[in-house]
Design a protein around this ligand. Structure first.
Ligand code: BGC
Length: 691
């Protein structure tokens, strides 16, 4: 192909507009568009047998440009990994990258070249169903994970497969939907947007993400899909993003519902003017851009810029050289053994041990164990929201894995459904609980209780399950609660009464095997929460990096303790760690200098295990109020029993910068407090001075 810059000169206006048009389903009328080369991309189409004929057809048009084929590969294509929120709890950046690389190869083998991920929206409200798709509440960890996911998706290291671009989403503040109701209004200061919600996007773009999806929500009154301040000024001019912007599903057209566009034509004009390159599925660009440009010739430049960005992306993906997917590629790629092994490791490293009175790991002696709960046998829920091409037949259920332990005499009874009672089954569950040494309750949410528009007004365990658990507790006090869910669950009663609590999320194909490894001690739990878990729904929003306020010691509510149930960064092990000797190589430094922080960590228990060491900062006096704590670094290390390791972290003074009134990072003089510890609550402290 000629360079995109030259190529564009030979394109008709219809062909140019076509590049901005994406459809989600292949309808009959789109066949003509394909023949004429007046469509640029599709989503929701898979496999060489469907995609190749389309590519071949479009390549017979006058100025042929191959199609981009997009898909939501959120946590696996065919090999399904833990939902992103779960895997973020591994804090294992290389592992996260690996899972994305695998997903990308599997998807590419079926002709996908644009992956609508990573979802990097910060989420502070667990009622919001899409908290499952992101990496939790922290901007720093979220940024590290955003980079890893982009690197993985775009690794493109297999020359036999088509190349793939990431499409980072949903720009911006989508996670702040009021009340956790998906698609809802967001209203926040520019400072909060820049300090909390922007960093993971910035990181993903710096890592080279080829495309970005704009969010459904409005932002301070203007839907992001037509928001020139966000797309043109912030994204293009300030962040220098040169890749392709994609609307969310029909989000440009939805500006009519937002009450800021008169009709489809008005919405299309506003979308193009703001800088949204691709209109996903609404057809408003297809129908209107030609007449809009005839009436507003100055907008042709905007059209050309969008076309150029799309052509450049297609060139980068190598589509002009090769647009045919090898029909046998998927046979070699899908669910390779090493992919499934990675899925197992990812699942193990995602499970957070929240409570343990010593019952875990299970002793290897003959025991009668009652397994109850609606999720024990479930092979569908572990696939989580956005299961892509995952198949329940590939999912190892909890019970299937657990029954492989010959030493346990296992009795099984559901007791209730996820959201409804089953009185007869409840009686049987009570009976097996009364005959057993201990009970494992596998409870929580099905996969359609989180994800897009699956919000909950209460984040406790669903009532029938909680009531069953309370009943069982009156019969047998040795209960291990395994919680499968797409969001953190408020477990105040459970934390008080259970012998052990495991947060096992929706872990993907290897769910049962991974939980079994943790329960039986084959693996030592090493995950840490990336969201604060409140005691009750009414405490939301609750996040560790809040401001101190003018009255920090005043109670927030009269009917619940002020603290969270489990803090950000929390997760137990089967061993214990002791932090000591936090020190810096200098106490005083000038702007532009670096400081090295060291801390000793001793494994004081009996097992080799991983620990995630977390470093936080606090600036007690600044021009603007700063969070009480802010994660600035972490390391995941393996430590032998009795061993002490010294970890070292080097920071430039930029780490401590605040955004000034023009939102430029500024290093202020004064004291900075530095903390190290095993979670965001239990920390040791030192200070430095910036002169
Ligand atoms: C979601 C996006 C997704 C798109 C395409 C939308 O409803 O918000 O995250 O990529 O659909 O499936």
């Amino acid at each position: 192909m000629q360079r995109p810059e030259q190529f564009i000169a030979s394109m008709s206006i219809k062909e140019k507009i076509g590049q901005l048009v994406q459809f989600g389903k292949l309808k009959e009328e789109q066949d003509t568009l394909v023949k004429n080369g007046e469509i640029g991309s599709f989503l929701n189409i898979h496999g060489a047998e469907k995609i190749n004929p389309l590519q071949q057809k479009i390549m017979q048009s006058k100025n042929p440009v191959p199609l981009i084929i997009g898909d939501d590969v959120i946590h696996g294509y065919k090999t399904i990994f833990p939902i992103p929120l779960a895997l973020s709890c591994s804090w294992n950046i290389r592992l996260i990258e690996k899972t994305c690389e695998i997903s990308s190869y599997e998807a590419a083998s079926e002709g996908i070249n644009m992956i609508f991920a990573p979802m990097v929206d910060i989420a502070r409200d667990p009622r919001w169903g899409r908290i499952a798709e992101g990496s939790g509440e922290d901007p720093f960890l979220g940024s590290e994970i955003a980079k890893a996911r982009v690197r993985g998706i775009q690794k493109n290291a297999n020359p036999n497969l088509p190349k793939v671009t990431a499409c980072v989403k949903h720009f911006i503040s989508y996670g702040a939907a009021e009340g956790g109701r998906d698609y809802n209004t967001t209203d926040m200061s520019e400072r909060t947007m820049r300090e909390v919600y922007l960093p993971p996007f910035r990181a993903a773009l710096e890592e080279g993400a080829g495309s970005l999806m704009v969010a459904f929500n409005d932002f301070n009154g203007t839907p992001v899909s037509i928001n020139s301040f966000l797309i043109t000024r912030l994204l293009r001019q300030e962040l220098n993003f040169e890749g392709v912007t994609v609307s969310d599903w029909e989000s440009i057209e939805e500006c009519i519902n937002h009450g800021v566009a008169v009709d489809r034509k008005d919405a299309a004009m506003k979308g193009l003017s703001a800088g949204v390159d691709i209109d996903m599925n609404s057809g408003v660009y297809l129908e209107n851009l030609e007449s809009i440009i005839t009436q507003n010739p100055d907008l042709e430049e905007k059209l050309d810029q969008a076309v150029l960005r799309i052509l450049r992306l297609k060139e980068k993906l190598g589509l002009f050289d090769s647009f045919i997917t090898d029909p046998s590629a998927h046979l070699k790629e899908i669910r390779k053994d090493e992919y499934v092994q990675t899925a197992r490791q990812a699942a193990v490293e995602s499970i957070v041990l929240l409570k343990n009175n010593g019952i875990l790991p299970l002793k290897r002696n003959k025991k009668k164990i009652a397994v109850i709960g609606p999720l024990a046998e479930d092979t569908c829920s572990p696939l989580g929201c956005w299961p892509c091409k995952g198949n329940p037949d590939n999912v190892v259920s909890f019970i299937k894995a657990f029954q492989k332990n010959p030493e346990y005499d296992i009795l099984l009874e559901k007791g209730c459904e996820i959201n409804s009672e089953d009185p007869a089954s409840s009686v049987r569950a009570e009976s097996i609980a009364s005959q057993s040494d201990l009970v494992i309750a596998v409870m929580g949410e099905s996969n359609n209780m989180s994800g897009e528009n699956n919000n909950r007004s209460s984040i406790e365990l669903p009532k029938p399950q909680r009531e069953l658990l309370k009943k069982i507790y009156t019969i047998n006090k040795n209960i291990i609660l395994v919680v499968m869910s797409g969001r953190p669950i408020a477990l105040e009663w459970e934390d008080e009464h259970m012998a052990a609590v495991l947060q096992a999320w929706h872990l993907g194909d290897e769910s049962g095997n991974a939980i079994n490894e943790i329960l039986t001690g084959l693996a030592v739990p090493n995950a840490k929460l990336t969201v604060t878990v409140p005691r009750s729904t009414g405490q939301i929003p609750m996040y560790y990096n809040h401001k101190n306020t003018g009255r920090p010691s005043f109670r927030h509510y009269i009917d619940v303790a002020d603290s969270e149930l489990y803090p950000f960064g929390f997760g137990m092990s089967y061993t214990s760690f002791e932090y000591s000797n936090l020190r810096t190589d200098k106490k005083v430094l000038q702007e532009g200098e670096s400081v090295t922080l060291k801390v000793d960590i001793k494994n004081t228990g009996k097992l080799q295990a991983y620990e995630i060491c977390q470093i936080y900062m606090h600036d007690p006096v600044s021009e603007f109020s700063r969070p009480v704590k802010q994660l600035v670094a972490f390391k995941k290390i393996s430590i032998l029993p009795g061993e002490t390791q010294t970890l070292s972290f080097t920071f430039s003074t930029d780490t401590f910068a605040v955004l000034n009134s023009q939102y430029l990072p500024t290093v202020e003089k004064g004291t900075i407090e530095l903390f190290a510890g095993t979670n965001s609550r239990d920390l040791i402290k030192t200070t430095i001075e910036i002169l």
